[in-house]
Design a binder for this molecule. Structure first.
Ligand SMILES: Cc1cc2nc3c(=O)[nH]c(=O)nc-3n(C[C@H](O)[C@H](O)[C@H](O)COP(=O)(O)O)c2cc1C
Length: 326
C-alpha cells in the first residue's frame, strides 16, 4: 500500500491530470474531523493512524470556511438490521483555519485529501468553496468539492448545469491565479436525475476536473429498509446504497466512453463489494459505513479477499478489472 500511495503522490505532483490513472489499489476513508462517530477522530490527528491500518488514502472533511457545530444530537443512527447508517451531522467541523493549522503540525504520512464545502449560514456558497480551496490546498494532496451532502440545504443544486459551470469555472480561475496544481475531484449525489449525467461529464471534462466520487449518501430509498429508524431525516449509507452507487458508476463510465476517473463509494465492506465497484468502472474505492460495522480490520480483509477474487478470475491487477462489467 505504501508504494501505491507514493506512486500517486508523484503522479499528482508531476501531472495533475494524470491523477490516479495508474493506481494499483487505494482505499480511502472519509473522516469527519470533529467526532462523527466513536470510532473516529475527535482531535483531528487520526489520519496518520488510518494510514497505518492500510488505507492508501485518507480524506478529511467536510471542512467549511468557519467552524460550525452541525445539527443537534442525536444525528447519527445505526440501522443494524439494514447494515446502514443515517446521518444528519450537518458539516460539524472546526473550520478551515484550525484544520490547516492542525495538519501543518501533524505531517500526513500518506496521501491526504481534503473535502470542502460551504457553511450553513453563508451568504454565498460559491465564495465558501473558493475560500476553502485557497486556504487548504497547500495542506492536501487533492481537494474534493463536496456538492452532494443532503444535510446542507441547497448544496445539491450545484449538480445543475449553470451552477456547476460557475463553480468549476471559479475554482479553475483560483487555481490559475495562485498557480495551484493540486487535483480536484467532485463528489456526486446518488439522487441525481440521470438526464444530468452527460451534462456533468461534459462540464467536468471542460474544466479538467481530475475525477468524480460516486456517491454520497441518499435522502431517498427508504422503502425496502426494515429497521425502525428508517425514517430518520438525513443521508442513508451502507448496504442499502451499494447497488445504487454501483449502477450510477456504470452509467457514468459508459457515458464517458470509459475516459473518466471514478472513485467508487457506497456500501463497500468486503473484497466482493470493492470488486463490484471496480468492475463497474471505479479506479479507487472509499468506505465509511463498512468500517463502522466491521471495525478497523476491514481494510486488510478487503485487500486479502480482493486479491483472491482477482486471482480466481485470472485478472492481473485492478487496472485490468476496471469497468469490465459495463
Ligand atoms: C456519519 C457519516 C458522516 C459523513 N460525512 C460526510 C462528509 O462530511 N462529507 C462527505 O462528503 N461525505 C460524508 N459522508 C458520506 C460518505 O463519505 C460516503 O460517501 C457515504 O457514506 C457512502 O459510503 P459508505 O456506504 O461506505 O458509508 C458521511 C457518511 C457518514 C456515514
Amino acid at each position: 500500500m505504501l508504494s501505491s500511495s507514493f506512486q500517486i503522490c508523484i503522479l499528482a505532483q508531476s501531472t495533475q491530470y494524470s491523477f490516479m490513472r495508474q493506481i494499483a489499489l487505494i482505499f480511502i476513508l472519509i473522516v469527519t474531523l470533529q467526532s462523527c462517530s466513536s470510532e473516529f477522530d475527535k482531535n483531528a490527528e487520526v489520519y496518520n493512524q488510518l494510514f497505518k491500518l492500510g488505507f492508501g488514502f485518507v480524506e478529511v472533511g467536510t471542512i467549511t470556511p468557519k467552524r460550525q457545530l452541525g445539527n443537534p444530537k442525536p444525528r447519527i443512527f445505526r440501522l443494524e438490521k439494514d447494515q446502514a447508517l443515517i446521518n444528519r451531522l450537518g458539516f460539524n467541523n472546526h473550520g478551515s483555519e484550525i484544520v490547516a493549522q492542525r495538519i501543518s503540525e501533524n505531517k500526513p504520512e500518506g496521501f491526504l485529501g481534503i473535502n470542502i464545502g460551504p457553511n450553513r449560514d453563508t451568504k454565498d456558497k460559491f465564495d465558501d468553496f473558493y475560500f476553502c480551496l485557497f486556504k487548504l490546498y497547500s495542506y492536501s494532496d487533492y481537494i474534493t468539492i463536496n456538492i452532494s451532502s443532503p444535510n446542507t440545504a441547497g448544496l445539491r443544486d450545484f449538480h445543475e448545469k449553470n451552477s456547476m459551470i460557475k463553480l468549476l469555472e471559479g475554482l479553475n480561475k483560483i487555481k490559475k491565479l495562485k498557480n495551484i496544481n493540486k487535483p480536484l475531484v467532485v463528489k456526486l449525489s446518488p439522487d441525481i436525475d440521470e438526464k444530468n449525467i452527460s451534462n456533468i461529464i461534459e462540464i467536468v471534462n471542460k474544466y479538467k476536473i481530475d475525477g468524480i466520487i460516486i456517491s454520497n449518501t441518499t435522502d431517498k430509498n427508504r422503502q425496502k429498509l426494515i429497521d425502525k429508524k428508517k425514517d430518520e431525516i438525513g443521508g442513508l449509507s451502507g448496504q442499502p446504497i451499494k447497488n445504487i452507487s454501483t449502477n450510477l458508476i456504470k452509467k457514468f463510465y459508459k457515458a464517458a466512453n470509459k475516459k473518466i476517473t471514478i472513485i467508487g463509494v457506497g456500501g463497500v465492506d468486503s473484497g466482493q463489494s470493492a470488486f463490484e465497484k471496480i468492475t463497474a468502472g471505479a479506479k479507487v474505492v472509499q468506505l465509511y459505513t463498512g468500517m463502522v460495522y466491521k471495525g478497523p480490520g476491514v481494510v486488510k480483509e478487503i485487500k486479502k479477499e480482493l486479491i483472491s477474487i482477482l486471482k480466481n478470475n485470472k485478472i492481473k491487477n485492478i487496472a485490468q478489472a476496471t469497468g469490465i462489467n459495463t
